[in-house]
Ligand binder design. Structure first.
Ligand code: GAP
Length: 457
């Protein structure tokens, strides 16, 4: 029987969410393209995250740093030398490689051949900059977006007149030469991260680590992910990445088990200290001492200063992994269908119960039938009226029941049907995805009516 991940993969392709990269050439290892609905939905996820960080929280500003950076960044960050590598065992017979912690015996899971002792394989993607491909022109595609934030820590601090604690948020592509990419878009070689780096006093890092873990868990819950499918799990010491003093994963209960969707790390002063040492630039911060006694300040009549390297607490999520989580969590199959009045009752109906903020198409505009020019004309007028304000889809193909189901399958929250009464009354029916209830609304009132439904105001 087809498992849930296969069903999601098939829906994603059928309905224009996600396609295999370079498909006509047989596909390109673990790279995916986001189709017309996919790009809308991914943009919505990123916007929800961006708004959460830069609008709903205080003291967080945005950044968009270059993907390519000086290779010295990656030397100092430890990504070239330290633990940024997978331990892999290779089959001596078929030469496939497996993560050491995922194979239980010394036998190849594919062909039964003998596996080698595990060896480290670095995950950085190498490239060359400029016309000569020699060692001097080597750099790397960034493996985590946050290094671009550390490179700009001082620029942002000074240009925005910030004071610690503050955060810098960034969304962008990252690349890792994953040896065992798998589970659709769960683990890919090119992916997008949504990272926020919180700069704080060392003694406050633990407090903020706990705070951000809870905040990030709530973000997923507020966007409709089921509570029973989410958890936060502290890292054991041996699981910690090379840069972290403490770490926790926000995990989701995927069809293939509980897996990380976002990492919360207390990176201590690892990054700013190492970049400070390697570049020769002092990245320490000078803080006013908060004396509990204001009279003491006036007594000395000068500000008391404290100098330190800020600690960093990061929240590091993946746009693609969240995308998969939203699809899986929203996916429902209704055996026999929800519509009991039509033939469709014999089929399995698919409903994608995505949150309103995430759905790719907000409104579908449907003429009741397509062979009545006056209905089609009116429906196209409605479509033109709404298109500048909401993502809309105009659909006239197939029976109205089939079109409702097509919209349910992509999560469209409202379906508007233009019928014969619409021509007389200048109104139409608005069908709600979840209740399937329909109400008549005047066409001229639609923009305000839909805004109210979408924003709950
Ligand atoms: N800056 C810290 C950092 O990069 P990470 O735990 O290695 O931490 C953070 O990655 C998040 O980035 C993961 O929780 C996941 O959402 C996403 N991510 C990492 N590697 C990925 C991959 N190969 N494919 C898709 N997403 C990935």
């Amino acid at each position: 029987m087809e498992n849930l991940l296969d069903k999601i993969t098939s829906l994603a392709k059928r309905r224009g969410f996600i396609f295999q990269s370079s498909e006509i050439y047989g596909g390109f290892g673990s790279c995916y393209d986001f189709g017309p609905l996919g790009v809308e939905m991914k943009n919505n996820i990123k916007k929800a995250w961006w708004d959460e960080m830069t609008k709903n929280h205080e003291n967080i500003v945005g950044l968009d740093a270059a993907i390519l950076m000086s290779p010295r960044v990656w030397e100092a960050s430890g990504h070239l030398t330290a633990g940024f590598a997978d331990e892999l065992a290779e089959c001596k017979f078929c030469h496939k490689r497996f993560k050491a912690d995922e194979v239980k015996t010394r036998k190849c899971p594919d062909c039964g051949g003998e596996l080698t002792q595990p060896r480290k394989f670095n995950l950085m993607m190498k490239t060359f900059v400029g016309p000569v491909e020699d060692e001097a022109s080597v750099t790397y595609l960034r493996a985590e977006t946050c290094q671009g934030i550390y490179m700009n820590y001082e620029n942002v601090l000074n240009s925005m007149r910030l004071k610690i604690p503050f955060g810098i948020a960034q969304i962008g592509k990252a690349f890792r030469n994953e040896i065992t990419p798998k589970d659709f878009i769960y683990r890919t070689r090119e992916f997008e991260q949504m990272e926020m780096q919180w700069f704080c006093r060392p003694k406050e890092a633990k407090k903020f680590f706990d705070f951000w873990g809870k905040e990030r868990l709530n973000w997923y819950l507020n966007l409709g992910i089921k509570k029973e499918n989410l958890r936060i799990r502290d890292h054991k010491k041996e699981e910690l990445p090379h840069y972290a003093k403490a770490g926790a994963d926000i995990e989701y209960h995927f069809p293939f088990g509980w897996k990380e969707i976002e990492g919360i790390h207390n990176r201590g002063d690892w990054d700013l200290s190492n970049h400070g040492k390697a570049s020769g630039k002092d990245l320490s911060y000078v803080d006013e001492l908060h004396s509990s006694s204001p009279s003491l300040h006036s007594f000395f009549n000068e500000e008391t200063k404290e100098k330190y390297i800020p600690y960093i607490v990061e929240t590091s999520g993946g746009a693609d992994r969240s995308f998969l989580v939203f699809l899986i969590d929203a996916y429902q199959e209704i055996k026999g269908g929800r519509t009991k009045t039509t033939k469709a009752a014999k089929e399995v109906e698919i409903l994608l119960k995505l949150d309103k903020k995430i759905i790719p198409i907000k409104v579908a505009v449907l003429p009741l039938v397509r062979n009545k020019p006056e209905l089609v004309k009116k429906a196209k007028e409605v479509y033109q009226l709404l298109k500048p304000h909401f993502t809309c889809q105009y659909d006239e193909l197939g029976s109205i029941g089939r079109r409702y189901r097509r919209q349910d399958e992509i999560g469209t929250i409202l379906a508007l049907t233009i019928d014969f009464e619409s021509l007389e009354q200048e109104d139409l029916t608005v069908r709600d995805r979840d209740t399937m209830e329909q109400e008549r609304v005047k066409i001229k009132d639609l923009p305000t009516h839909i805004t109210k439904l979408m924003c709950g105001v």
